[in-house]
Design a binder for this molecule. Structure first.
Ligand SMILES: [Zn+2]
Length: 141
């Protein structure tokens, strides 16, 4: 890895929203953007998966651009791009590796393979290499 990205810290209520979004879209993949600073997530943008697929996702380009502009204006960072895996583990698929276009942000995956116990995983993907990151859940009782 050319640059080691920070691990993620996500408040519990934001994580709940990610899981809720994944459940709403099930059996399709949900997707969106996690914004923050130095890996500390402060905001979640739920995006539309325009592929409407259960094995892939694509964010609407104009919606994505709008969020990217807002992030830049506010001096924040694109910490991670998230999506759900309705039927597979919280680990990047070959497609996720091939389509990792933002090497400065992490990929966060929410797996609903076990519906009762959603799993999450965050990864740095660069030049086909996958490195698992720690996700620290803040405010968890
Ligand atoms: Zn995936």
């Amino acid at each position: 890895m050319e640059k080691i990205l920070p691990d993620l810290e996500i408040p519990e209520d934001l994580l709940s929203r990610l899981i809720e979004h994944a459940r709403q879209k099930y059996p399709l993949e949900s997707c969106g953007i996690l914004v923050g600073k130095n890996g500390k997530i402060t905001r979640v943008y739920s995006m539309e998966n325009i592929e409407k697929s259960s094995s892939s996702y694509l964010m609407a380009p104009e919606e994505q651009l709008r969020v990217f502009r807002k992030i830049e204006e506010e001096g924040l960072e694109l910490s991670a791009i998230y999506h759900s895996h309705p039927h597979s583990p919280a680990f990047p698929s070959q497609r996720d590796v091939d389509y990792a276009f933002y090497p400065d942000s992490l990929i966060l995956i929410i797996s609903l393979m076990d519906q009762k116990v959603p799993q999450i995983g965050a990864f740095q993907i660069e030049n086909g290499k996958i490195e698992k990151k720690v996700v620290k859940i803040m405010g968890k009782k």
